[in-house]
Design a protein. Structure first.
Lengths: 316, 379
């Protein structure tokens, strides 16, 4: 069950947040409303303001305007106890082994030794670091190191976990493991803010997504809601060599098709709405006895959403 | 906090670079000094009969000649401290150029001293005696002018102090090369700055990812840096004292001071080194490598000026710019040992300690001011 199924109160609220670095506006009246139980994705290209937003929420950065509240309060030591942070850069002590590192960072939140030991054991199991407890960070692979970084950030079982691009430079296998772990944390009740520029990751795990560009929240919603924001609903590609101008014109005028590209080998049609678009196109080609090769029908991704919303016209 | 201190301690103990520079390096350099200076020291061990010249151009102050006479006449079993070779200026200069004199005392209205180039500990002794005479003369003169009745009591107190210094000086080591080992300890203390630097860097979000992780936690920043400093001080003092034990008991270097003085001064130099590192470490906008280079340059530079590479440097500074020796932390650390060893003066030791404490307080306060921020304009 994803967080969106039990949306309740607001955990993080960001209102009209403005952050400037001299002349550069890093955050431009950013608005966010993150609910309890969500995996909330902050999606945007490098330099869009995701990490700046996170650092402002964590009260590490000063900001020029706006309001931020976490669990309904300004960030203070009491609130910080319920927050876990996984930074973009791996932040562990090189001279301590896996268990010691987790215990050290968990110790910043939990002073009770017995409880801490339990939490450290759970974090090791959660991150799949069993058997590596005595390893120092330098002996770990990139994926294991990232998992240690995550374990250090979440060992104290926080209610809110902020993850800033935790899968950067991680192999696909470790990435999947990390994403599964994040979903597991969410199932255990944690609200998660997840920033990434990998759209497929955000699409895979996030229940709600905000697309950020140039410090502004340009679109927000579930992935279905976001996809509805754009014209394209389906892209069909058919390998068909030697189409005549007439055949091309007919294809272009298929119901719901709004754009057509042909490079002499592959016909690509973009559709906006409609059902059975693929069947209709293939029937036409069959009737016209056009020899066809491979056929693809692609639904829009967040990548399409992002590209359409942050098009040049919009930036200008 | 104990958990943090424990892990910081373990972390530092496992850091090979820290162990090398803070313990291995002083041990290696100490051994090299020992090998290099062992024979030389033996040839210069005798500190009696220090050859000097006294050039009187005016009538000396009252008591001056008596003092010189007392110090240049041998008692029944002991040699005299000074050997007045000549009272002729030209001959004195000639002998000085040949390196056969440790100092020329000029009495010309005031009392002044000229020491040879590359002056060592013997010239330092001559200077100390003159300084001591001048300060006492001024005290007695002032007392005689303002309160003549108190003069006998002041003289009595001074005699007591003199006899105390004599008794304390019995174990003194006048080996001129021992000051290289004092400098070695000063350098090892100031090298603590390398650890202190990371106390600041690892706890500031604008300086490291580790700092960001710590700063988003609910722990107090002051307590966090303090726990880190405690751990570094603990480990640094362990290393410093191991190195000191090695020098004193394995190599047999006679420091000429009680071991508790070594431990105390080591502690102070460690606090100073670490807080200096913490101060530089907390400065934003510089890479770690640059900060390290600054600390290394400062530590070695200050030690150079206190005589680590050239023994006569401290005396040269004393002659040309004495104020610098009063504020140079390395010179102060060296002087803590030197003054007690050579002059048996606890007074000087304590005054040096006070200045070192002031330095520590300044550095720690500066570090705390620089690291107090919890929000940054940029990260």
């Amino acid at each position: 069950m994803k967080g969106s199924d039990f949306i309740m109160e607001t955990v993080v609220k960001v209102e009209r947040l403005v952050k400037r670095y001299k002349e550069l506006i890093a955050l431009d009246h950013l608005e966010l409303d993150i609910k309890k139980g969500e995996i909330f994705g902050l999606l945007g290209p490098n330099g869009s303001g995701k990490t700046t937003a996170i650092n402002c929420i964590l009260s590490l950065l000063t900001y020029d305007k706006g309001e931020i509240s976490v669990f309904g309060k300004k960030l203070c030591a009491e609130v910080k106890k319920d927050i876990g942070v996984v930074m973009q850069n791996v932040a562990v002590l090189d001279e301590l082994n896996v268990r010691e590192n987790i215990d050290y960072f968990c110790g910043l939140y939990i002073s009770d030794k017995a409880l801490r030991k339990k939490r450290v054991d759970e974090a090791i199991a959660f991150a799949g670091l069993e058997g590596f407890e005595k390893f120092r960070p330098k002996k770990l692979s990139g994926g294991l190191l990232r998992r240690l970084n995550i374990a250090c950030g979440v060992a104290h079982k926080p209610k809110l976990i902020i993850m800033d691009e935790p899968t950067v430079a991680v192999d696909p296998q470790s990435r999947n493991r990390i994403l599964e772990g994040i979903e597991e944390l969410n199932r255990q009740g944690a609200t998660i803010i997840y920033t990434s520029h990998y759209m497929e990751e955000v699409e895979q795990i996030c229940s709600r997504i905000a697309i950020i560009d140039k410090g502004r929240n340009i679109a927000e919603g579930t992935k279905q809601e976001l996809k509805k924001l754009i014209k394209n609903t389906e892209t069909i590609s058919v390998e068909a060599a030697g189409l005549s101008d007439e055949q091309l014109e007919t294809s272009k005028n298929m119901p719901h098709a709004y754009d057509c590209k042909y490079d002499g080998k592959t016909l690509t049609l973009l559709y906006s709405g409609g059902k059975h678009n693929l069947t209709r196109l293939l029937d036409y080609m069959h009737n016209e006895e056009i020899p066809i090769g491979r056929v693809y029908s692609l639904l829009p991704t967040l990548n399409d959403v992002f590209l359409e919303i942050t098009g040049k016209e919009l930036r200008d | 906090m104990l958990n943090r201190i424990k892990y910081e301690f373990i972390s530092l103990l496992r850091n090979k670079i820290v162990v090398f520079w803070l313990m291995g390096f002083p041990v290696i350099l100490g051994t090299l000094f020992f090998v290099a200076f062992g024979n030389l020291a033996d040839s210069e061990q005798d500190y009696a009969d220090i050859p000097i010249a006294v050039i009187k151009k005016t009538e000396p102050p009252e008591g001056f000649e008596e003092m010189l006479t007392a110090l240049s006449e041998s008692a029944s079993e002991e040699k005299a401290l000074f050997n007045i070779v000549t009272e002729e200026e030209n001959k004195a200069k000639e002998l000085m150029e040949k390196g056969e004199l440790q100092g020329i005392i000029y009495v010309d209205g005031d009392i002044s001293l000229t020491v040879p180039k590359g002056a060592g500990i013997k010239s330092g002794i001559v200077k100390s005696v003159l300084d001591s005479f001048k300060s006492r003369y001024e005290i007695i003169s002032a007392a005689a002018a303002s309160n003549p009745d108190k003069v006998p009591q002041i003289i009595k107190e001074m005699e007591k102090e003199t006899s105390y210094i004599r008794s304390e000086s019995n174990s003194a080591n006048y080996d001129p090369y021992v000051q290289y080992f004092y400098n070695l300890l000063a350098m090892s203390g100031l090298f603590g700055s390398m650890m202190g630097m990371y106390c600041a860097i690892n706890h500031q979000a604008n300086l490291s990812a580790l700092g960001a992780r710590v700063e988003v936690s609910p722990v107090s920043k002051f307590g966090d840096i303090l726990s880190s400093l405690i751990a570094t001080l603990l480990i640094h003092n362990v290393f410093l004292n191991i190195a000191s034990v090695y020098l004193a008991y394995v190599l047999g270097i006679k420091f000429g001071v009680p071991f508790w003085v070594i431990v105390t001064v080591n502690f102070l130099s460690s606090v100073l080194g670490n807080s200096f590192g913490c101060f530089i470490g907390s400065v934003g906008g510089m890479k770690d490598g640059i900060k390290n280079a600054i600390l290394l340059t400062c530590s070695l530079g200050l030690c150079f000026l206190s005589g680590l590479m050239f023994g006569g440097m401290r005396l040269f500074i004393e002659e040309s710019f004495p104020l610098f020796n009063r504020i140079n932390p390395a010179a102060l650390i060296v002087d803590c040992f030197y003054s007690l060893c050579v002059y048996g003066s606890y007074e000087k030791l304590f005054s040096n300690i006070v200045v070192l404490l002031i330095w520590c307080a300044l550095m720690l306060t500066g570090s705390m001011i620089m690291t107090r921020k919890r929000k940054y304009k940029s990260i």
